[in-house]
Design a protein around this ligand. Structure first.
Ligand code: NAD
Ligand code: TDX
Length: 329
């Protein structure tokens, strides 16, 4: 199995999950170690996986690694919306051209692909409402990040239809858990508490996200690898929707901080209002169900992980906050 982006948040957790639960796979990780990648995230499985530092835009390298694989799980991406607004170029290259590079290699070698994507390709839902995205929802992305992910999904579908490659896709909502970069909402706020800084809430904090534990996401990916049908898209989501303000309040309470220890900061341009996935298809067809049923428990375990692993996140913290300061966020 070739795992692209295996030194990032979800990819590293996927590699851990695979080694733990599917030891029959021989795993090779291909990762460029951008600012978002950290080879130390793979320390717990060192010796069990092969690590190749390289770029998915490097077609000869990708071709060689794909030729040696039976299956490719493609996580590598530029993943942060705020970064895409500040500088979209890397998103076009990695997310679109990089996926194209993978597609050409799997086509040449007849290797099966699973493409990891996001619910952000569908745009957003009204704040007040109970409707959800489904596999049939039309694509309507808002940010350079989500537009680049939408483009990559459409390329995968076209390569299935026109070239007959074997590929599946999944679109998950927001993930949380260990090894997530401190630029993302939950790790940023937890590490703000741990470094004595106030928490930062965009706009009025009313925007809603659906939170899925990273291990539940990765369990779903393995079910798709085992029994997913080629050409199909599977939406993944826990059903646990929370406003950003609720998330901040939960973090402050869990970390024994005053309830008002946060600031409202200028909103993200084009900020998607609400995400929510209808995951009925993967639940019915593949029997997936989240095991992290209690968000507060999962959050508490995640906070404990950041407390215990300052060595992992501290080197990134100051540079990340400097990037936010430049955006006034
Ligand atoms: P991340 O930013 O933590 O990790 C991305 C990894 O890809 C890093 O290790 C980075 O070094 C690597 N990478 C980036 N550009 C590369 C390139 N050109 N060549 C090789 N490697 C490169 O991202 P994440 O949060 O783990 O997201 C992984 C995937 O899951 C992405 O495709 C993302 O769109 C998708 N996704 C993320 C979430 C979420 O909540 N984080 C939710 C749904 C879907
Ligand atoms: O400091 C903050 N304050 C704040 O209010 C940060 C960093 C974020 N926010 C808000 C913006 C969003 O409404 O919190 C919400 C979550 O923000 P992010 O962690 O940046 O995630 P989001 O933009 O929702 O995208 C995430 O989920 C879908 C991942 O980063 C994507 O890769 C994935 O596709």
């Amino acid at each position: 199995m070739l795992v692209t982006g295996g030194a990032g948040f979800i990819g590293a957790n996927f590699v851990h999950y695979t080694v733990r639960n599917h030891p029959d796979y021989e795993v090779t990780v291909l990762d460029a170690l951008t600012y978002a990648g950290n080879q130390a995230s793979l320390d717990p499985v060192a010796g069990r996986v092969r690590f190749v530092r390289g770029n998915i835009l490097d077609a000869p390298l990708v071709n060689r690694l794909v030729a040696d694989s039976d299956i490719v799980v493609h996580f590598a991406a530029e993943s942060h919306v705020d970064n895409s607004l500040a500088g979209p170029a890397a998103f076009i290259q990695t997310n679109i051209v990089g996926t194209y590079t993978i597609l050409e290699a799997v086509r040449e070698h007849g290797v099966r692909l699973h493409h990891i994507s996001t619910d952000e390709v569908f745009g957003d839902l009204a704040l007040e409402g109970t409707d959800k995205f489904t596999e049939q929802t039309a694509y309507d992305p808002s940010s350079p990040y989500s537009a680049s992910k939408a483009a990559s999904d459409l390329l995968v579908r076209a390569w299935v239809r026109s070239y007959g490659i074997t590929a599946t896709l999944s679109n998950c909502a927001n993930n949380y858990g260990p090894y997530q970069h401190v630029e993302k909402l939950i790790p940023r706020q937890v590490t703000n508490v741990l470094t004595g800084q106030r928490l930062k809430l965009y706009g009025e904090g009313l925007n809603v996200r659906e939170w899925t534990h990273v291990d539940d996401h990765n369990a779903a990916v393995h079910l798709i690898l085992d029994r997913g049908r080629s050409g199909e898209t599977y939406l993944i989501g826990s059903g646990d929707e929370r406003s950003n303000r609720q998330i901040i309040e939960a973090i402050l309470a869990a970390m024994d901080q005053p309830a008002d220890a946060f600031d409202f900061v200028p909103d993200r341009p084009g900020h998607d209002l609400r995400y929510s996935n209808d995951s009925a298809k993967i639940r019915a067809e593949l029997g997936w169900a989240p095991v992290y049923g209690d968000f507060r428990e999962g959050l508490a375990a995640t906070i404990d992980w950041y407390r215990a692993n300052e060595w992992w996140w501290k080197p990134q913290k100051a540079a990340t906050e400097a990037r936010y300061a430049a955006l006034n966020r």
